[in-house]
Ligand binder design. Structure first.
Ligand SMILES: [Zn+2]
Length: 422
């Protein structure tokens, strides 16, 4: 999934705020918030920041327009199919429709860098608008100070990198927003207290579920994906701010994080840089017959790998299994109603690869039905077979792990041979 790129969805953090601002003009309110945010963030306004109040219909139109720009015809459906193949969303879900309605529900405001204007939703309670203005103003400042044009475009074939850059922009806007809200309430607090992780992130999901029916209805992997840039991005940006203040954050825009691994473990960005290894699955083109249409290619990254290991709740054990990720590539195939996929991943150490392969093996029977695990052999792999001769295969060699799911046994055999050739 897939953020709709620069549709900066605002999650209703602290949405229990009440009263106070009714009757005061929004313009006046905006000016006040702008003064505070500029001071807090330490970035000046280079040209006047424009903003407008917008309606639900207009937000919907903007969502559809952005989608149309970022996805070719049928591409979004293919992305949905990829998520279905991985077991992240139900097979019968109408993906595109659901995503649009989910975003519609969640949008409280957005910044449109093409129009250099931010938009406030007119259905949002006035008490919330102040918080949203602080958030969207930060995006406007990012746009004026840093080269973020490339942030706008969907990175086809690498959602992992896209989540990472979203985490930078959203983490910063969320940090400024929360810091401003606390200051405004006269609360003196160490900003490091704002790291929203673990328990707090889970609490946010519960709160949002209580308030927003579409969000509550969303499969857990989509909820996590929606939250990721805000929650993990916040911790990431705060980590950098503690090292070198806001100046350090300014620098990140010239050297953006490349993977969700770097966002989840900020020391892998700030202290000991761990760049992702690029993996190719180009060799599949010669092996997989045309009957299996290649509908999707992506990098799952640590974040989506974790969802793959468990789309229900991410336990510490699963987090450990997803950590140590160093690179991967996924290809998804469709043949009639059947979906199949191949993923090759590389891990920091053999131990990390073993952990991942083991954790993945536990997920197989809950995701695909009718497959029976075959007796182990001397080979470093586990195979599940179905009655119609399809297989699921997970194989580890050194720090690499290959997964083939729901392809024919002989085809899977060819793939595994090709994948581990030096
Ligand atoms: Zn935002």
């Amino acid at each position: 999934m897939k953020r709709l790129a620069w549709v900066l969805v605002f999650l209703f953090i602290g949405s229990s705020a009440r009263g106070g601002e009714q009757g005061k003009s929004l313009i006046e309110l905006g000016k006040r918030v702008e003064k505070r945010v500029v001071k807090l963030r330490g970035l000046e306004v280079k040209k006047p920041i424009r903003w407008e109040v917008t309606s639900k219909d207009k937000v919907r139109a903007y969502l559809l327009k952005t989608l149309g720009e970022q996805y070719g015809p049928g591409e979004m459906e293919k992305e949905g199919d990829a998520m279905k193949a991985l077991g992240l969303i139900p097979r019968d879900m109408k993906f595109k429709e659901f995503i649009i309605s989910l975003y519609e529900e969640q949008v409280g405001g957005y910044y449109d860098p093409k129009k250099e204007t931010f938009y406030l939703a007119d259905w949002i309670a006035p008490a919330m608008q102040e918080t949203i203005i602080a958030h969207e103003l930060t995006h406007a400042l990012q746009d004026q100070h840093f080269d973020i044009d490339e942030f706008i475009d969907r990175i086809k074939g690498n959602s992992d990198a896209m989540y990472a850059r979203a985490a930078l922009a959203e983490g910063e806007a969320t940090l400024v927003m929360l810091a401003d809200a606390m200051q405004n309430m006269g609360i003196e607090m160490d900003l490091s207290m704002l790291d929203l992780d673990g328990v707090f992130g889970q609490m946010m999901i519960k709160m949002s579920s209580a308030q927003f029916p579409k969000f509550a209805e969303a499969p857990r992997a989509l909820q996590e994906a929606l939250m990721f840039p805000y929650m993990k991005g916040l911790s990431f940006v705060n980590y950098g701010r503690r090292q070198g203040g806001w100046k350090r954050i300014d620098q990140i825009y010239k050297d953006i994080p490349q993977s969700t691994e770097q966002v989840i473990h900020p020391h892998k960005y700030f202290d000991q840089r761990d760049p992702p290894t690029e993996i190719t699955l180009d060799f599949l083109a010669k092996l997989v017959p045309e009957a299996w249409e290649n509908i999707y290619e992506d990098v799952l990254g640590e974040f989506m790998t974790l969802q793959l290991l468990d789309p229900v709740d991410n336990t510490d054990e699963e987090k450990k299994a997803a950590a140590g990720w160093d690179g991967d590539k996924l290809r998804v195939f469709r043949r009639g109603k059947d979906l199949a996929w191949v993923q090759l991943s590389v891990w920091d150490t053999e131990k990390d690869a073993i952990e991942f392969a083991g954790a993945f093996a536990k997920t197989v029977t809950s995701r695909v039905k009718g497959f029976t695990r075959q007796p182990l052999t001397k080979e470093p792999r586990i195979i599940w077979k179905s009655k119609n001769n399809r297989v699921v295969c997970v194989e580890r060699r050194a720090a690499r792990v290959l997964i083939v799911e729901n392809l024919e046994a002989d085809l899977a055999e060819k793939i595994r041979k090709a994948a581990f050739v030096k």
